[in-house]
Design a protein around this ligand. Structure first.
Ligand code: ARG
Length: 491
């Protein structure tokens, strides 16, 4: 008996599951439940996953070789036509999977109905999603690398630029600007390492799990996994369709990257104020005011700082979406994609903006050096001097503290002090004490544990560049769709 299609409000929609219903789905219910406007972005992943699936069905003999060929050729043609803009991603479809199957029928006719053999949208959607996230990992890594590159290039220009390093936003000790910029490099580097670490967990194929229990037909999940460039197949069909950990981890990495970018952005905002004057942003990367003609505002950096909130919110959205969901697939899971798309889009946009903002910024070495004047940031060096003369550190700290109080009451800085001034507080001070007050000496003395000495910073720059090379090599070996998928399709 021919299967009766469920009548639709809109006759163009053929729901994939109409058979057991007497009445059509309410148009509003379809609109409410459709994810097509969001998951249409998965069109390519959906088609590639379907090609791999069709190839596998043909290899195993679940469908005939000629049927498999027809499906694969039709899917390729659809992919090309979407790419060329001949087919628009539009329609009343429930989701991208329904769209692809409906369109495929226009290319290959009734054999399109064989594509979904031994597959459910539950394993299909998570296959598509993993492929999309895999691509996102690559794009994020490339974008982080660009920010790192900008930081390293600026650092190379500013090995000898000194500025006050801060704690509590108060002048603490002098540092090299290169050292400061590289601190941001290493934070970003950890995000790259997180992406590298995530890849094997992300790059696992759920295809073959079908609805939840696996397929009753003799499928070959290893083959589809290989064709799609997955490293391995899932261990448990129920976990395969329920697991969204990979998405959580990806959004977490986005959120943390945004936190790192927002800290850099905050410094840019602060440093570009006239009070600091440490950085001048390029005209192309700052904005004016509609009323105050003189203004140059660091809006781009402020927006990066602001958008961090959205991505942190996305992580909360996703974790909250998943909490309490019973196994296995639940329709709630449909909401996962919009969250991840937003988080990744925002993070990529911010990385791109920040890399250019940093690359084109001018750091004002003179202003930074001036900020060290009378700021007492070499007081610790003077205490260390006394320690070298045998004074217990606590005592040395008290002596220098009293000296700082004395000088600041006179409106003087440490650099204005004479040997007589020093000797008022301790007779351990000799003529060589005044030299330790120079910021240039202060940074040079810190050679241990990745400190501010020139040799140390230069070594650090070399290590940073070596890390960037390693990332480039990792990107070159990044998993992709197997060329076999295409040769299958073309022969
Ligand atoms: N649009 C759905 C999603 O994104 C596809 C899976 C639908 N599966 C189902 N059993 N209704 O999650």
């Amino acid at each position: 008996m021919p299967q009766k299609q469920r009548k639709q409000g809109n006759e163009r929609v053929q729901l994939l599951w109409g058979g057991r219903f007497k009445k059509p789905l309410a148009e509003e219910a379809l609109r409410f439940s459709s994810s097509f406007s969001v998951d249409k972005r998965l069109w390519k992943q959906d088609i590639l996953g379907s090609i791999a699936h069709a190839v596998m069905l043909g290899e195993i003999g679940i469908i005939s070789a000629s049927e498999a060929k027809a499906l694969v050729k039709g899917l390729f043609a659809l992919m090309r036509d979407i790419e060329a803009g001949k087919v628009e991603l539009e329609g009343p479809d429930e989701d991208i999977h329904s769209f692809v199957e409906r369109k495929l029928r226009e290319y290959v006719g009734e054999v399109a109905g064989k594509l979904h053999t031994a597959r459910s949208r539950n394993d299909q959607v998570v296959t598509d999603f993993r492929l999309w996230c895999r691509d996102a990992v690559k794009q994020l890594a490339e974008a982080i690398l660009k920010v790192q590159q900008a930081l390293v290039e600026q650092a190379e220009q500013h090995i000898d630029t000194l500025l006050p390093g801060m704690t509590h936003l108060q002048h603490a000790q002098p540092v090299r600007l290169a050292h400061h910029l590289l601190a941001h490099f290493w934070a970003l580097q950890r995000n790259l390492e997180r992406l590298k670490d995530l890849l094997p967990r992300l790059n696992t194929s759920p295809l073959g799990a079908a609805a939840l229990a696996g397929s009753g037909l003799p499928i070959d999940p290893e083959l589809t996994a290989r064709l799609l460039g997955f490293e391995k197949t899932a261990q448990n069909s129920m976990d395969a369709v329920s697991d969204r950990d990979f998405a959580c981890e990806l959004v977490f990495i986005c959120a943390l990257t945004m936190v790192h970018l927002s800290r850099l952005a905050e410094e840019i905002v602060l440093w570009s104020t006239p009070e600091f004057g440490f950085v001048t942003l390029d005209d192309a990367w700052c904005t004016g005011s509609s009323i105050m003609p003189q203004k140059r505002n660091p809006d781009i950096a402020e927006l990066v700082r602001g958008k961090a909130a959205l991505v942190i919110g996305a992580l909360t959205q996703l974790l909250t979406l998943l909490k309490g969901l019973p196994l296995t697939y639940n329709r709630d899971l449909q909401e996962d994609k919009g969250i991840v798309f937003n988080a990744v889009d925002t993070t990529l946009a911010c990385l791109s903006a920040m890399s250019q903002l940093v690359a084109t910024a001018t750091f004002n070495a003179d202003r930074m050096r001036q900020a060290l004047a009378r700021d007492f940031s070499t007081a610790t060096d003077l205490a260390d001097y006394l320690v070298r003369k045998g004074v217990p550190f606590r005592e040395a700290h008290r002596i220098v503290g009293q000296l700082v109080l004395h000088l600041s009451e006179l409106g003087k800085g440490l650099e204005d002090a004479t040997l007589d001034d020093l000797r008022l507080f301790s007779d351990k001070f000799d003529g060589d004490a005044l030299a330790v007050l120079q910021p240039e000496q202060s940074v040079e003395r810190r050679k241990e544990l990745a400190g501010t000495a020139k040799s140390s910073v230069v070594k650090q720059l070399h290590r940073a560049k070596a890390e960037m090379k390693r990332t480039v090599m990792w990107l070159q070996k990044f998993p992709t769709i197997s060329p076999n998928l295409f040769s299958h399709a073309l022969t």
